[in-house]
Design a binder for this molecule. Structure first.
Ligand code: NAD
Length: 440
Protein backbone atom coordinates (compact mmCIF):
# COMPACT_ATOMS: atom_id res chain seq x y z
CA UNK A 1 0.00 0.00 0.00
CA UNK A 2 1.42 3.39 -0.90
CA UNK A 3 0.95 6.40 1.31
CA UNK A 4 0.32 9.82 -0.12
CA UNK A 5 2.52 12.74 0.94
CA UNK A 6 0.42 15.85 1.25
CA UNK A 7 1.32 18.91 3.32
CA UNK A 8 1.63 18.08 7.01
CA UNK A 9 -1.70 18.58 8.79
CA UNK A 10 -2.11 19.59 12.44
CA UNK A 11 -4.74 18.01 14.68
CA UNK A 12 -6.82 19.97 17.19
CA UNK A 13 -4.57 18.55 19.92
CA UNK A 14 -1.46 19.96 18.23
CA UNK A 15 0.01 16.71 16.90
CA UNK A 16 1.53 17.01 13.44
CA UNK A 17 0.41 14.37 10.98
CA UNK A 18 2.92 14.05 8.18
CA UNK A 19 1.03 11.88 5.78
CA UNK A 20 -2.34 10.25 5.50
CA UNK A 21 -2.20 6.71 4.10
CA UNK A 22 -4.18 6.26 0.91
CA UNK A 23 -6.59 3.75 2.46
CA UNK A 24 -7.63 6.41 4.96
CA UNK A 25 -8.24 9.01 2.27
CA UNK A 26 -11.05 7.59 0.15
CA UNK A 27 -13.87 10.05 -0.53
CA UNK A 28 -16.37 7.58 0.81
CA UNK A 29 -15.00 5.89 3.87
CA UNK A 30 -18.15 3.88 4.66
CA UNK A 31 -18.23 2.41 8.17
CA UNK A 32 -14.71 3.66 8.86
CA UNK A 33 -15.93 7.22 8.19
CA UNK A 34 -18.74 6.62 10.67
CA UNK A 35 -16.20 5.46 13.27
CA UNK A 36 -13.99 8.54 12.67
CA UNK A 37 -16.95 10.83 13.35
CA UNK A 38 -17.53 8.99 16.62
CA UNK A 39 -13.88 9.56 17.62
CA UNK A 40 -14.16 13.27 16.78
CA UNK A 41 -17.13 13.53 19.10
CA UNK A 42 -15.23 12.07 22.03
CA UNK A 43 -11.98 14.03 21.57
CA UNK A 44 -13.13 17.12 23.59
CA UNK A 45 -13.61 14.83 26.62
CA UNK A 46 -10.17 13.22 26.56
CA UNK A 47 -8.23 15.96 28.37
CA UNK A 48 -4.47 15.57 28.03
CA UNK A 49 -4.91 12.16 26.43
CA UNK A 50 -6.24 13.94 23.30
CA UNK A 51 -2.56 14.29 22.39
CA UNK A 52 -2.65 10.58 21.48
CA UNK A 53 -5.99 10.57 19.68
CA UNK A 54 -4.48 10.13 16.20
CA UNK A 55 -3.58 6.60 17.37
CA UNK A 56 -7.29 5.77 17.30
CA UNK A 57 -7.66 7.05 13.73
CA UNK A 58 -5.09 4.71 12.20
CA UNK A 59 -5.19 0.92 12.34
CA UNK A 60 -1.91 -0.43 13.67
CA UNK A 61 -1.68 -3.16 11.03
CA UNK A 62 -3.60 -4.13 7.90
CA UNK A 63 -3.03 -7.43 6.12
CA UNK A 64 -4.71 -8.09 2.77
CA UNK A 65 -4.39 -11.66 1.56
CA UNK A 66 -5.25 -13.56 -1.60
CA UNK A 67 -7.08 -16.76 -0.70
CA UNK A 68 -7.01 -19.23 -3.62
CA UNK A 69 -8.91 -22.52 -3.40
CA UNK A 70 -9.75 -25.35 -5.74
CA UNK A 71 -13.51 -25.55 -6.25
CA UNK A 72 -15.30 -28.90 -6.45
CA UNK A 73 -15.54 -28.52 -10.26
CA UNK A 74 -11.74 -28.27 -10.55
CA UNK A 75 -11.44 -24.54 -11.22
CA UNK A 76 -9.31 -22.26 -9.04
CA UNK A 77 -11.14 -19.39 -7.36
CA UNK A 78 -9.46 -16.42 -5.65
CA UNK A 79 -11.01 -14.50 -2.76
CA UNK A 80 -9.81 -11.36 -1.00
CA UNK A 81 -9.25 -11.69 2.75
CA UNK A 82 -8.29 -9.23 5.47
CA UNK A 83 -7.04 -9.13 9.03
CA UNK A 84 -6.82 -5.71 10.63
CA UNK A 85 -5.29 -5.05 14.04
CA UNK A 86 -6.60 -1.65 15.02
CA UNK A 87 -4.93 -1.19 18.40
CA UNK A 88 -2.88 -3.48 20.66
CA UNK A 89 -2.14 -1.08 23.52
CA UNK A 90 -4.19 -3.01 26.10
CA UNK A 91 -3.39 -6.56 25.01
CA UNK A 92 -3.52 -8.97 22.09
CA UNK A 93 -5.88 -8.30 19.20
CA UNK A 94 -9.37 -9.73 19.52
CA UNK A 95 -12.26 -9.74 17.08
CA UNK A 96 -14.28 -11.91 14.78
CA UNK A 97 -13.97 -13.12 11.21
CA UNK A 98 -16.77 -12.34 8.75
CA UNK A 99 -17.52 -14.23 5.52
CA UNK A 100 -19.79 -12.06 3.38
CA UNK A 101 -19.98 -10.98 -0.24
CA UNK A 102 -19.99 -7.27 0.75
CA UNK A 103 -16.92 -7.33 3.05
CA UNK A 104 -14.57 -4.40 2.31
CA UNK A 105 -11.38 -3.12 3.86
CA UNK A 106 -13.21 -0.05 5.20
CA UNK A 107 -15.72 -2.31 6.90
CA UNK A 108 -13.08 -4.54 8.49
CA UNK A 109 -11.11 -1.47 9.64
CA UNK A 110 -14.22 -0.02 11.31
CA UNK A 111 -15.13 -3.35 12.89
CA UNK A 112 -11.57 -3.72 14.24
CA UNK A 113 -11.74 -0.22 15.75
CA UNK A 114 -15.12 -0.89 17.37
CA UNK A 115 -13.51 -4.01 18.90
CA UNK A 116 -10.80 -1.84 20.51
CA UNK A 117 -13.52 0.38 21.99
CA UNK A 118 -15.73 -2.53 23.05
CA UNK A 119 -12.94 -4.48 24.74
CA UNK A 120 -11.91 -1.39 26.67
CA UNK A 121 -15.54 -0.57 27.54
CA UNK A 122 -16.00 -3.90 29.35
CA UNK A 123 -12.36 -3.78 30.48
CA UNK A 124 -11.21 -7.13 29.10
CA UNK A 125 -7.43 -7.11 28.47
CA UNK A 126 -7.48 -7.01 24.68
CA UNK A 127 -6.82 -4.65 21.84
CA UNK A 128 -9.10 -4.62 18.81
CA UNK A 129 -8.89 -6.62 15.58
CA UNK A 130 -11.18 -8.02 12.91
CA UNK A 131 -10.98 -10.18 9.82
CA UNK A 132 -13.04 -11.12 6.84
CA UNK A 133 -13.25 -12.66 3.41
CA UNK A 134 -15.27 -11.18 0.57
CA UNK A 135 -17.24 -14.32 -0.32
CA UNK A 136 -20.81 -15.57 -0.25
CA UNK A 137 -20.23 -18.73 1.79
CA UNK A 138 -23.76 -19.96 1.03
CA UNK A 139 -22.58 -20.65 -2.52
CA UNK A 140 -19.75 -22.93 -1.36
CA UNK A 141 -19.91 -26.64 -0.56
CA UNK A 142 -18.74 -27.79 2.89
CA UNK A 143 -15.42 -28.92 1.40
CA UNK A 144 -14.88 -25.58 -0.37
CA UNK A 145 -15.72 -23.69 2.83
CA UNK A 146 -13.20 -25.77 4.77
CA UNK A 147 -10.45 -25.20 2.17
CA UNK A 148 -11.22 -21.46 2.14
CA UNK A 149 -11.07 -21.26 5.96
CA UNK A 150 -7.82 -23.24 6.19
CA UNK A 151 -6.07 -21.25 3.45
CA UNK A 152 -7.20 -17.94 4.97
CA UNK A 153 -5.97 -19.09 8.41
CA UNK A 154 -2.57 -20.01 6.94
CA UNK A 155 -2.35 -16.63 5.18
CA UNK A 156 -3.11 -14.62 8.34
CA UNK A 157 -0.91 -16.98 10.39
CA UNK A 158 1.67 -14.18 10.34
CA UNK A 159 -0.48 -12.15 12.69
CA UNK A 160 -2.61 -14.47 14.81
CA UNK A 161 -1.73 -16.51 17.90
CA UNK A 162 -3.00 -17.03 21.47
CA UNK A 163 -0.90 -14.11 22.76
CA UNK A 164 -1.01 -12.04 19.55
CA UNK A 165 -4.45 -11.91 18.01
CA UNK A 166 -7.40 -14.22 18.67
CA UNK A 167 -10.18 -14.48 16.03
CA UNK A 168 -13.78 -15.52 16.79
CA UNK A 169 -17.05 -16.04 14.88
CA UNK A 170 -18.94 -13.17 13.25
CA UNK A 171 -21.48 -13.02 10.41
CA UNK A 172 -21.61 -16.39 8.57
CA UNK A 173 -18.85 -17.98 10.63
CA UNK A 174 -19.44 -20.44 13.46
CA UNK A 175 -17.97 -23.08 15.78
CA UNK A 176 -17.09 -25.44 12.91
CA UNK A 177 -15.12 -22.71 11.15
CA UNK A 178 -13.33 -21.89 14.43
CA UNK A 179 -12.47 -25.62 14.79
CA UNK A 180 -10.87 -25.59 11.29
CA UNK A 181 -8.99 -22.38 12.12
CA UNK A 182 -7.69 -23.85 15.39
CA UNK A 183 -6.63 -27.06 13.65
CA UNK A 184 -4.89 -25.26 10.79
CA UNK A 185 -2.97 -22.95 13.11
CA UNK A 186 -2.05 -25.93 15.34
CA UNK A 187 -0.83 -28.01 12.36
CA UNK A 188 1.25 -25.08 11.09
CA UNK A 189 2.87 -24.41 14.48
CA UNK A 190 3.25 -28.04 15.55
CA UNK A 191 1.31 -27.83 18.81
CA UNK A 192 -2.37 -27.85 19.64
CA UNK A 193 -3.23 -24.23 20.39
CA UNK A 194 -6.85 -24.09 21.54
CA UNK A 195 -6.43 -20.46 22.64
CA UNK A 196 -5.82 -19.15 19.11
CA UNK A 197 -9.55 -18.70 18.46
CA UNK A 198 -12.66 -18.45 20.61
CA UNK A 199 -16.21 -19.51 19.84
CA UNK A 200 -14.98 -23.10 19.35
CA UNK A 201 -17.18 -26.15 19.95
CA UNK A 202 -17.26 -27.03 23.65
CA UNK A 203 -15.51 -30.38 23.00
CA UNK A 204 -12.50 -28.53 21.53
CA UNK A 205 -11.84 -26.07 24.35
CA UNK A 206 -14.88 -23.89 23.73
CA UNK A 207 -16.81 -22.34 26.58
CA UNK A 208 -20.28 -23.12 27.77
CA UNK A 209 -22.51 -20.10 27.23
CA UNK A 210 -20.44 -18.63 24.36
CA UNK A 211 -23.04 -19.22 21.64
CA UNK A 212 -25.69 -17.37 23.65
CA UNK A 213 -23.34 -14.74 25.13
CA UNK A 214 -23.87 -11.83 22.73
CA UNK A 215 -27.66 -12.17 22.78
CA UNK A 216 -27.55 -12.52 26.57
CA UNK A 217 -25.47 -9.33 26.81
CA UNK A 218 -27.97 -7.50 24.56
CA UNK A 219 -30.76 -8.66 26.85
CA UNK A 220 -28.83 -7.74 30.03
CA UNK A 221 -28.19 -4.12 29.03
CA UNK A 222 -31.80 -3.92 27.78
CA UNK A 223 -33.04 -4.94 31.24
CA UNK A 224 -30.78 -2.38 32.92
CA UNK A 225 -31.90 0.43 30.59
CA UNK A 226 -35.55 -0.54 31.03
CA UNK A 227 -35.15 -0.29 34.82
CA UNK A 228 -33.47 3.13 34.58
CA UNK A 229 -36.12 4.53 32.22
CA UNK A 230 -39.19 2.92 33.82
CA UNK A 231 -40.02 0.75 30.80
CA UNK A 232 -41.91 -2.44 31.72
CA UNK A 233 -40.49 -5.44 29.86
CA UNK A 234 -43.58 -7.54 30.39
CA UNK A 235 -45.79 -6.92 27.37
CA UNK A 236 -43.21 -4.62 25.71
CA UNK A 237 -43.25 -4.96 21.90
CA UNK A 238 -39.92 -5.87 20.34
CA UNK A 239 -38.81 -5.69 16.68
CA UNK A 240 -35.61 -7.48 15.65
CA UNK A 241 -33.59 -7.15 12.44
CA UNK A 242 -31.36 -10.18 11.94
CA UNK A 243 -32.40 -13.50 13.43
CA UNK A 244 -29.03 -15.23 13.57
CA UNK A 245 -26.81 -15.83 16.57
CA UNK A 246 -27.34 -12.40 18.13
CA UNK A 247 -30.90 -11.48 17.10
CA UNK A 248 -32.32 -14.98 17.61
CA UNK A 249 -30.97 -15.40 21.15
CA UNK A 250 -31.86 -11.82 22.18
CA UNK A 251 -35.43 -12.35 20.88
CA UNK A 252 -35.70 -15.62 22.82
CA UNK A 253 -34.57 -14.01 26.10
CA UNK A 254 -36.90 -11.00 25.71
CA UNK A 255 -39.82 -13.32 24.91
CA UNK A 256 -39.01 -15.45 27.98
CA UNK A 257 -39.12 -12.24 30.07
CA UNK A 258 -42.69 -11.60 28.88
CA UNK A 259 -41.99 -9.21 25.99
CA UNK A 260 -43.79 -9.68 22.64
CA UNK A 261 -41.55 -10.07 19.60
CA UNK A 262 -43.87 -8.54 17.01
CA UNK A 263 -41.64 -8.13 13.93
CA UNK A 264 -38.53 -9.83 12.56
CA UNK A 265 -36.57 -9.07 9.42
CA UNK A 266 -33.74 -11.07 7.91
CA UNK A 267 -32.24 -11.57 4.46
CA UNK A 268 -35.16 -13.83 3.48
CA UNK A 269 -38.08 -11.60 4.49
CA UNK A 270 -39.92 -9.41 6.99
CA UNK A 271 -42.65 -10.92 9.18
CA UNK A 272 -45.15 -9.48 11.65
CA UNK A 273 -47.53 -10.73 14.30
CA UNK A 274 -49.13 -8.11 16.57
CA UNK A 275 -49.88 -10.74 19.22
CA UNK A 276 -46.24 -11.77 19.39
CA UNK A 277 -44.40 -14.34 17.28
CA UNK A 278 -43.82 -17.83 18.65
CA UNK A 279 -40.05 -17.36 19.05
CA UNK A 280 -39.07 -21.02 19.73
CA UNK A 281 -41.09 -22.07 16.64
CA UNK A 282 -39.43 -19.31 14.58
CA UNK A 283 -35.97 -20.41 15.75
CA UNK A 284 -36.77 -23.98 14.68
CA UNK A 285 -38.07 -22.71 11.31
CA UNK A 286 -34.87 -20.71 10.69
CA UNK A 287 -32.74 -23.73 11.56
CA UNK A 288 -34.37 -25.86 8.86
CA UNK A 289 -35.25 -23.17 6.27
CA UNK A 290 -32.25 -20.83 6.59
CA UNK A 291 -34.35 -17.71 7.29
CA UNK A 292 -37.65 -16.33 8.59
CA UNK A 293 -39.27 -16.27 5.11
CA UNK A 294 -42.21 -18.67 4.80
CA UNK A 295 -42.92 -18.81 8.57
CA UNK A 296 -46.58 -19.80 8.99
CA UNK A 297 -47.41 -17.91 12.20
CA UNK A 298 -47.04 -14.39 10.83
CA UNK A 299 -48.02 -11.89 8.14
CA UNK A 300 -45.50 -10.75 5.53
CA UNK A 301 -44.49 -7.08 5.58
CA UNK A 302 -42.76 -4.94 2.99
CA UNK A 303 -39.08 -4.62 4.02
CA UNK A 304 -39.24 -0.82 4.18
CA UNK A 305 -42.18 -0.97 6.65
CA UNK A 306 -40.03 -2.71 9.26
CA UNK A 307 -38.51 0.47 10.73
CA UNK A 308 -41.89 2.10 11.38
CA UNK A 309 -43.35 -0.87 13.31
CA UNK A 310 -45.13 0.07 16.56
CA UNK A 311 -42.82 -1.19 19.28
CA UNK A 312 -41.05 -0.17 22.48
CA UNK A 313 -37.75 -1.92 21.76
CA UNK A 314 -35.93 -2.17 18.43
CA UNK A 315 -32.92 -4.48 18.08
CA UNK A 316 -30.84 -4.12 14.90
CA UNK A 317 -28.83 -7.37 14.88
CA UNK A 318 -27.85 -7.84 11.22
CA UNK A 319 -25.31 -5.61 9.49
CA UNK A 320 -23.94 -2.07 9.76
CA UNK A 321 -25.46 1.07 8.24
CA UNK A 322 -29.09 -0.08 8.55
CA UNK A 323 -30.58 2.87 10.50
CA UNK A 324 -29.95 5.90 8.32
CA UNK A 325 -31.23 9.47 7.96
CA UNK A 326 -33.86 8.04 5.58
CA UNK A 327 -35.54 5.69 8.05
CA UNK A 328 -34.56 6.99 11.55
CA UNK A 329 -37.52 9.41 11.54
CA UNK A 330 -39.97 6.48 11.23
CA UNK A 331 -38.71 4.66 14.31
CA UNK A 332 -41.30 4.52 17.10
CA UNK A 333 -39.30 2.54 19.67
CA UNK A 334 -38.25 4.11 22.98
CA UNK A 335 -35.15 1.94 23.18
CA UNK A 336 -32.80 0.87 20.38
CA UNK A 337 -30.38 -1.88 21.44
CA UNK A 338 -27.58 -2.32 18.91
CA UNK A 339 -26.88 -6.04 18.66
CA UNK A 340 -25.13 -5.52 15.31
CA UNK A 341 -21.90 -3.61 14.96
CA UNK A 342 -22.34 -0.11 13.52
CA UNK A 343 -26.02 -0.38 12.57
CA UNK A 344 -26.70 3.36 13.03
CA UNK A 345 -25.11 6.12 10.96
CA UNK A 346 -24.01 9.30 12.74
CA UNK A 347 -26.83 11.33 11.11
CA UNK A 348 -29.39 8.74 12.21
CA UNK A 349 -27.93 8.77 15.72
CA UNK A 350 -28.63 12.51 15.92
CA UNK A 351 -32.18 12.10 14.62
CA UNK A 352 -32.89 9.40 17.24
CA UNK A 353 -31.35 11.56 19.98
CA UNK A 354 -33.53 14.54 19.00
CA UNK A 355 -36.62 12.29 19.06
CA UNK A 356 -35.74 11.16 22.59
CA UNK A 357 -35.01 7.56 21.58
CA UNK A 358 -32.44 5.98 23.92
CA UNK A 359 -29.76 4.13 21.90
CA UNK A 360 -27.71 1.46 23.68
CA UNK A 361 -24.65 1.47 21.42
CA UNK A 362 -23.01 -1.62 19.93
CA UNK A 363 -19.75 -1.00 21.77
CA UNK A 364 -21.45 -1.93 25.04
CA UNK A 365 -24.70 -3.66 23.97
CA UNK A 366 -23.06 -6.51 22.03
CA UNK A 367 -19.96 -6.84 24.24
CA UNK A 368 -21.30 -10.04 25.85
CA UNK A 369 -19.77 -12.16 23.09
CA UNK A 370 -16.24 -10.93 23.57
CA UNK A 371 -16.63 -11.11 27.34
CA UNK A 372 -17.36 -14.84 27.21
CA UNK A 373 -14.67 -15.21 24.52
CA UNK A 374 -12.32 -13.80 27.16
CA UNK A 375 -13.58 -16.42 29.62
CA UNK A 376 -12.99 -19.11 26.96
CA UNK A 377 -9.42 -17.92 26.38
CA UNK A 378 -8.72 -17.88 30.15
CA UNK A 379 -10.17 -21.40 30.50
CA UNK A 380 -8.03 -22.63 27.58
CA UNK A 381 -4.85 -21.26 29.16
CA UNK A 382 -5.57 -22.97 32.47
CA UNK A 383 -7.24 -26.06 30.92
CA UNK A 384 -9.84 -25.74 33.65
CA UNK A 385 -13.44 -25.25 32.60
CA UNK A 386 -16.21 -23.43 34.43
CA UNK A 387 -19.91 -24.27 34.75
CA UNK A 388 -22.46 -22.48 32.58
CA UNK A 389 -24.06 -20.89 35.66
CA UNK A 390 -20.71 -19.45 36.69
CA UNK A 391 -20.08 -18.10 33.20
CA UNK A 392 -23.51 -16.49 32.90
CA UNK A 393 -23.27 -14.97 36.38
CA UNK A 394 -19.84 -13.46 35.62
CA UNK A 395 -21.07 -12.21 32.22
CA UNK A 396 -24.11 -10.50 33.71
CA UNK A 397 -22.01 -8.92 36.46
CA UNK A 398 -19.46 -7.49 33.99
CA UNK A 399 -22.18 -6.16 31.67
CA UNK A 400 -24.15 -4.59 34.52
CA UNK A 401 -21.08 -2.91 36.04
CA UNK A 402 -19.82 -1.62 32.69
CA UNK A 403 -23.27 -0.31 31.78
CA UNK A 404 -23.71 1.42 35.16
CA UNK A 405 -20.35 3.20 34.75
CA UNK A 406 -21.21 4.34 31.23
CA UNK A 407 -24.66 5.51 32.31
CA UNK A 408 -23.06 7.62 35.03
CA UNK A 409 -20.60 9.22 32.58
CA UNK A 410 -23.45 9.99 30.18
CA UNK A 411 -25.38 11.71 32.99
CA UNK A 412 -22.31 13.64 34.21
CA UNK A 413 -21.37 15.00 30.77
CA UNK A 414 -24.93 15.10 29.37
CA UNK A 415 -23.85 13.05 26.35
CA UNK A 416 -25.31 10.06 24.55
CA UNK A 417 -24.50 6.57 25.78
CA UNK A 418 -22.37 6.11 22.64
CA UNK A 419 -20.20 9.11 23.44
CA UNK A 420 -20.08 8.05 27.10
CA UNK A 421 -18.89 4.55 26.11
CA UNK A 422 -16.26 6.08 23.83
CA UNK A 423 -15.13 8.40 26.68
CA UNK A 424 -14.63 5.48 29.08
CA UNK A 425 -13.03 3.21 26.46
CA UNK A 426 -10.80 5.75 24.67
CA UNK A 427 -9.44 7.00 27.99
CA UNK A 428 -8.47 3.41 28.89
CA UNK A 429 -6.86 2.77 25.50
CA UNK A 430 -4.95 6.05 25.35
CA UNK A 431 -3.88 5.84 29.00
CA UNK A 432 -2.38 2.41 28.22
CA UNK A 433 -0.73 3.89 25.13
CA UNK A 434 0.73 6.74 27.16
CA UNK A 435 2.04 4.46 29.91
CA UNK A 436 3.68 2.13 27.39
CA UNK A 437 5.20 5.03 25.49
CA UNK A 438 6.55 4.92 21.97
CA UNK A 439 9.20 2.37 21.02
CA UNK A 440 11.76 2.84 19.67
P1 NAD B 1 -25.43 -14.38 11.84
O1 NAD B 1 -24.75 -14.74 10.59
O2 NAD B 1 -25.68 -15.46 12.85
O3 NAD B 1 -26.84 -13.68 11.53
C1 NAD B 1 -26.93 -12.56 10.70
C2 NAD B 1 -28.40 -12.25 10.51
O4 NAD B 1 -28.52 -11.05 9.74
C3 NAD B 1 -29.17 -13.34 9.76
O5 NAD B 1 -30.43 -13.51 10.36
C4 NAD B 1 -29.31 -12.75 8.37
O6 NAD B 1 -30.45 -13.21 7.69
C5 NAD B 1 -29.46 -11.28 8.70
N1 NAD B 1 -29.18 -10.43 7.56
C6 NAD B 1 -28.13 -10.47 6.70
N2 NAD B 1 -28.25 -9.54 5.74
C7 NAD B 1 -29.41 -8.89 5.99
C8 NAD B 1 -30.09 -7.83 5.36
N3 NAD B 1 -29.58 -7.25 4.28
N4 NAD B 1 -31.26 -7.40 5.90
C9 NAD B 1 -31.77 -7.99 7.01
N5 NAD B 1 -31.16 -9.00 7.65
C10 NAD B 1 -30.00 -9.44 7.15
O7 NAD B 1 -24.56 -13.20 12.49
P2 NAD B 1 -24.48 -12.74 13.98
O8 NAD B 1 -23.32 -13.40 14.61
O9 NAD B 1 -25.84 -12.82 14.62
O10 NAD B 1 -24.08 -11.20 13.80
C11 NAD B 1 -25.05 -10.19 13.59
C12 NAD B 1 -24.43 -8.85 13.93
O11 NAD B 1 -23.98 -8.88 15.30
C13 NAD B 1 -23.20 -8.45 13.12
O12 NAD B 1 -23.19 -7.05 12.98
C14 NAD B 1 -22.05 -8.88 14.02
O13 NAD B 1 -20.86 -8.15 13.74
C15 NAD B 1 -22.61 -8.53 15.36
N6 NAD B 1 -21.98 -9.21 16.49
C16 NAD B 1 -21.94 -10.57 16.57
C17 NAD B 1 -21.35 -11.16 17.66
C18 NAD B 1 -21.35 -12.66 17.85
O14 NAD B 1 -20.88 -13.12 18.92
N7 NAD B 1 -21.86 -13.45 16.94
C19 NAD B 1 -20.76 -10.38 18.68
C20 NAD B 1 -20.83 -9.00 18.56
C21 NAD B 1 -21.44 -8.42 17.47
Amino acid sequence: MSSSSGAPATTAAGAVVHSVPSYLQADHLGPWGNYLQQVDRVTPYLGNLARWVETLKRPKRILIVDVPIELDNGTIAHYEGYRVQHNLSRGPGKGGVRFHQDVTLSEVMALSAWMSVKNAAVNVPYGGAKGGIRVDPKKLSMGELERLTRRYTSEIGLLIGPSKDIPAPDVNTNGQIMAWMMDTYSMNTGATATGVVTGKPVDLGGSLGRVEATGRGVYTVGVEAAKLTGLALSGARVAVQGFGNVGGIAAKLFAEAGAKVVAVQDHTGTIFNGNGLDVPALLAHVKTRGGVGGFAGADVMKPEEFWGVDCEILIPAALEGQITKDNAGQIKAKLVIEGANGPTTTEADDILHDKGVLVLPDVIANAGGVTVSYFEWVQDFSSFFWSEDEINARLVRIMQEAFAGIWQVSQEHKVSLRTATFIVACQRILHAREMRGLYP
